[in-house]
Design a protein around this ligand. Structure first.
Ligand code: PLP
Length: 415
C-alpha cells in the first residue's frame, strides 16, 4: 500500500500549460515572471519554478532573500530572479548571494545594496497599494537616477503593484493606479531605455492588456487557480494541485452519538463515520468544521464534526457497504469521477481566498510531483523525492477496493 495520510500531488504539466496560456495573453516581447514565493503558493517552489520556466516564464519572483537562495541551490540556474519584499541586511546578503535583483523605494535601500556588494535594482512606485514603494513619482525618478550613480548598483526595473485588479466591481481605482504608473514609467524609460517596466499580477494580466508593459508578474494563475475566485476553468486555467488523504477507519455511529471535539456533530440517525488522518496540522483548517465535502469513490461526502489537528470525520451514510470504503483515497481538493472540489470552493467556505488555501498546507503534507499522471522524481535540492507516493489505495477488509466494487448510494445523512 502507498496511500498517504496527507498528500499534495502537483501536476507540473498543468503549471507549464497555465504559463503557456498566460503567455498567449501577452504581446510578443512581453516577459512572464512566475511568482513562486511562499514555496510556490504551497506547491513547492523549485518544481513550480522549473515548470514555469518550461512553460515560457523567463523570470522568477519571490518575497525574501532566503527564498531566492533556495531556488538557486535547487538548481534553478540561469533564470533571472527578483526578490520583491523588504529585506533585512542578512536577507539582502542572501539575495545578493543568489544573484537576484532587489527592489528599492528609498535612498537607504540603494546605500544598503551598495554596502552589501552591489547588484541590480528595481525602483517601486506605490501607485495606491499603500505597502512598499514611494508614493511620490518625482522621488521614484530621483531614485532611478541616484541608482545609476551609486557604486555597484544598476537600475534595471521600474514597478508598481495593483490593489484592486482582482476586484471585479472596481474600475476607477485600478484605472487610476494604471494611469499614474504609466505616466511615471514612460518618463523613466525615456531617461533609461533599458528599464524593464512591470506592474501586472495575474488578475491585471487577464483584465487589461494596457497593464502588461514589458513584463507581468503572475502567481495564482500559474498554479491554475482563478485570481477572481471563480471556477478556474472559466478562464481556461488548470488547477495543478490535488490534496488527498484516505479513509483510515470506518465505524458505526448510532443516532445521538457524536464525532470530534466539542460534539459539534451529533448523528440524527444511525450512520457510518469515516476517519481521515488529515487535520489543521496539515493546513486543513478548523473553519472547515461541518463545512466541507470530501470525494471518496467518486462521491461527495460531508465533513462532519470538528476538524482536529490530525483527523477529520466524514458522514458515509447508513448503508452497510460503507465499510468497504475503508482504505479508499479521499480527495479534499481535486477531481474524482465527475466530481470536483476546487481551492476556490474551499476558500468560499472559509470566507477567504484560494491563495490562502494552498499556502496554508504545512510541510507535514507530502508533496509528490507528476506530469499528467506520470510520477517524476524530484531533483536533488527539492525536499521530497516522492515518486513512490502515487497513491494506490489501501485494500479493504475483503481485499477489494470500493472504487472497483459497486458504487454506494450517496447518503449524506444529518450533517
Ligand atoms: C508584488 C507582487 N507582484 C505580483 C504578485 C503575484 O500576484 P498574483 O498571485 O495575484 O498573480 C504578488 C503576489 O502577491 C506580489 O506581491
Amino acid at each position: 500500500m502507498s496511500a498517504h495520510r496527507a498528500l499534495a500531488r502537483i501536476n507540473v504539466a498543468a503549471i507549464e500549460r497555465n504559463c503557456a496560456r498566460l503567455r498567449r495573453e501577452l504581446r510578443p516581447g512581453v516577459q512572464l515572471c512566475a511568482v513562486v514565493k511562499a514555496d510556490g503558493y504551497g506547491h513547492g517552489a523549485p518544481a513550480s519554478a522549473r515548470a514555469a520556466l518550461a512553460g515560457g516564464a523567463t523570470w522568477l519572483a519571490v518575497a525574501g532573500g532566503e527564498e531566492a537562495l533556495e531556488l538557486r541551490s535547487a538548481g534553478v540556474g540561469e533564470a533571472q530572479l527578483l526578490v520583491m519584499g523588504a529585506l533585512t541586511p542578512s536577507e539582502l546578503g542572501h539575495a545578493i548571494a543568489a544573484r537576484a535583483d532587489v527592489v528599492a523605494w528609498h535612498e537607504r535601500d540603494l546605500e544598503a545594496l551598495s554596502r552589501a556588494g552591489g547588484g541590480r535594482v528595481h525602483v517601486k512606485l506605490d501607485s495606491g497599494m499603500g505597502r512598499l514603494g514611494t508614493r511620490d513619482p518625482a522621488e521614484a525618478s530621483r531614485l532611478l537616477a541616484a541608482a545609476r550613480d551609486t557604486p555597484g548598483v544598476r537600475p534595471v526595473g521600474a514597478m508598481t503593484h495593483f490593489a484592486t485588479a482582482d476586484e471585479a466591481d472596481d474600475e476607477a481605482f485600478f484605472a487610476a493606479q494604471l494611469r499614474l504608473f504609466a505616466r511615471w514609467a514612460r518618463e523613466a524609460k525615456a531617461a533609461q531605455p533599458n528599464l524593464v517596466l512591470h506592474a501586472a499580477n495575474s488578475a491585471a494580466v487577464l483584465r487589461d492588456p494596457d497593464a502588461h508593459f514589458d513584463m507581468v508578474r503572475c502567481g495564482i494563475a500559474i498554479y491554475g487557480m482563478d485570481p477572481f475566485g471563480e471556477d478556474p476553468s472559466t478562464r481556461a486555467l488548470e488547477p495543478a494541485l490535488e490534496l488527498s488523504s484516505y479513509v483510515a477507519e470506518v465505524k458505526r455511529c448510532a443516532a445521538g452519538e457524536s464525532a470530534g471535539y466539542g460534539r459539534r456533530f451529533i448523528a440524527e440517525r444511525d450512520t457510518h463515520l469515516g476517519v481521515l488522518p488529515i487535520g489543521y496540522g496539515d493546513g486543513w483548517r478548523r473553519g472547515l468544521t461541518n463545512n466541507a465535502d470530501v470525494l471518496i469513490a467518486a462521491r461527495r461526502y460531508p465533513l462532519v464534526g470538528t476538524v482536529s489537528m490530525d483527523n477529520i470525520t466524514v458522514d458515509l451514510g447508513a448503508e452497510d457497504g460503507a465499510e468497504r470504503l475503508r482504505g479508499e483515497p479521499a480527495i479534499l481538493i481535486g477531481r474524482q469521477g465527475d466530481e470536483r472540489i476546487t481551492a476556490e470552493e474551499v476558500a468560499r467556505r472559509l470566507a477567504t481566498i484560494n491563495y490562502e488555501v494552498t499556502c496554508a498546507l504545512t510541510p507535514r503534507v507530502r508533496r509528490a510531483y507528476h506530469r499528467d499522471g506520470e510520477p517524476i522524481e524530484a531533483p536533488a535540492g527539492d525536499e521530497q523525492p516522492l515518486a513512490a507516493l502515487h497513491a494506490e489505495p489501501l485494500a479493504g477488509p475483503g481485499g477489494e477496493r470500493a472504487s472497483e466494487a459497486a458504487a454506494l448510494p450517496r447518503d449524506t445523512g444529518s450533517s
